[in-house]
Write a protein that binds this ligand. Structure first.
Ligand code: GLY
Length: 396
């Protein structure tokens, strides 16, 4: 009898062990990551104040506020303030955000959305300061100056004859649409919303392949609006097959909030398809921190922690909206657990960046295998979303 009971206990324990979910990230672990990030932001502060430049990466150091990455430092300060409630972070977030005000008139490329939404957008979300709201609407108006109604898109970069680009649009541009949707929601007129929808529809039509991967660049004819060709600037250089991992993440993130804010099912379907492409990709490593391009792992084993962080944040944004929510939460949890492990997390408290092993542009040999301010920003954002959703998904 005793033996039978013992066997039953053993079988039951093995069943539990086999089916137990990995523990995920605990609240203390998340708090420790935010406290490390607080340190890195603090380490950069004196230089930011003295130069008016924002940290970007170990290789590129501090960059002027026109750089596309300039909003992520202020954005990270806001996210640390959100998590900790630390008033010194609030003060610094306000100061760093104010340093970016001139960017509300930035027209030389499309990056105003990245810059102003991460800084002023978070600032407004957390403080409801009406001055931030006005700057956000002003910035959205500036973004519209690059919109061409024939192409039905916002031009990402200026024409480049040496690359035979007349109206280049990059997948990253999806991220700028969040500023436009927000501007309409904040009481700016509906033209912002309409442009966001038009741009997303054009991207969906021309940038994606039948397997729901996308090229980095699409060039259009500004006179007729016709698509001219797909091209590359980041990721693998074959525009027919390249699947730059950060680009796939930008698209997933962008179509996710397009659905969240419009409730158009087309965007949800697109986001679900992109997620399936990423999550089922045979070249996805076991720890789910992707190589720099899904199509080319044989060229180099180099990972991109920024693509992982953006993917995790995008999946967590999508989870409550999709029937695949449970799967997305579990995938994001796996990614975040990898990024929070010593292999990816800078635990030294030294330097300026939280994550290691991010890749700026592999083929251009730019910012390889190190920290990147935007990897950290989206990691923090994903952790905040994770903490919120844990209550819902860890119990189902
Ligand atoms: N938006 C530029 C990049 O992701 O590298």
């Amino acid at each position: 009898m005793k033996q039978i009971a013992l066997i039953a206990i053993l079988l039951f324990t093995s069943f539990l062990l086999l089916h137990a979910r990995p523990p995920g990230l605990g609240d203390q672990q998340i708090a420790r990551i935010f406290s490390l990030e607080r340190k890195y932001l603090q380490n950069a502060w004196d230089s930011v104040k003295a130069t008016g430049r924002m940290p970007r990466s170990p290789q590129k150091g501090f960059q002027p506020i026109e750089d596309w990455t300039s909003g992520f430092y202020a954005g990270s300060l806001w996210l640390v303030y959100q998590f900790t409630g630390d008033k010194t972070m609030l003060q610094k977030a306000r100061q760093a955000t104010a340093m970016l005000e001139a960017d509300k008139d930035l027209t030389h490329n499309h990056d105003i959305g990245f810059i102003m939404y991460c800084s002023y957008g978070n600032g407004y979300r957390l403080t409801r300061d009406p001055a931030y709201k006005n700057i956000l609407i002003h910035s959205a108006r500036t973004a519209l100056t690059r919109y061409n109604p024939r192409v039905q898109s916002i031009m990402s970069w200026n024409p480049q004859p040496e690359r035979d680009w007349k109206f280049p649009v990059i997948i990253d541009n999806m991220m700028n649409l969040e500023l436009l949707l927000k501007a309409t929601a904040l009481g700016g007129d509906s033209s912002f919303y309409r442009v966001a929808v038009a741009h997303a529809n054009t991207t969906l039509k021309h940038q994606y392949r039948s397997d729901y991967s996308c090229s980095h660049v699409v060039d259009y004819d500004p006179q007729t609006g016709a698509m001219r060709r797909r091209d590359w600037n980041n990721g693998n250089s074959d525009p027919a097959t390249a699947a730059w991992s950060r680009g796939q993440a930008w698209g997933l993130y962008g179509f996710g909030f397009m659905y969240r804010d419009t409730r158009d099912q087309t965007y949800l379907q697109q986001a679900d398809h992109i997620a399936a492409y990423i999550l089922n990709h045979p070249n996805m490593p076991g720890d789910m921190v992707p190589y720099w391009d899904y199509s080319a792992p044989e060229i180099s084993a180099m990972r991109d922690a920024s693509a992982a962080a953006i993917t995790a944040s995008a999946l967590l944004q999508l989870a409550p909206l999709s029937v695949h929510g449970k799967k997305y939460f579990a995938a994001a949890e796996k990614i975040l657990s990898s990024l929070a492990s010593p292999g990816y997390l800078n635990e030294t408290g030294k330097g300026l960046f939280l994550l290691k092993h991010a890749t700026g542009n592999y083929l251009r040999k730019s910012e390889l295998d190190a920290g990147l301010i935007y990897a950290d920003y989206y990691f923090l954002e994903a952790l905040l979303r994770y903490k919120e959703l844990k209550k819902k998904y860890r119990s189902v």
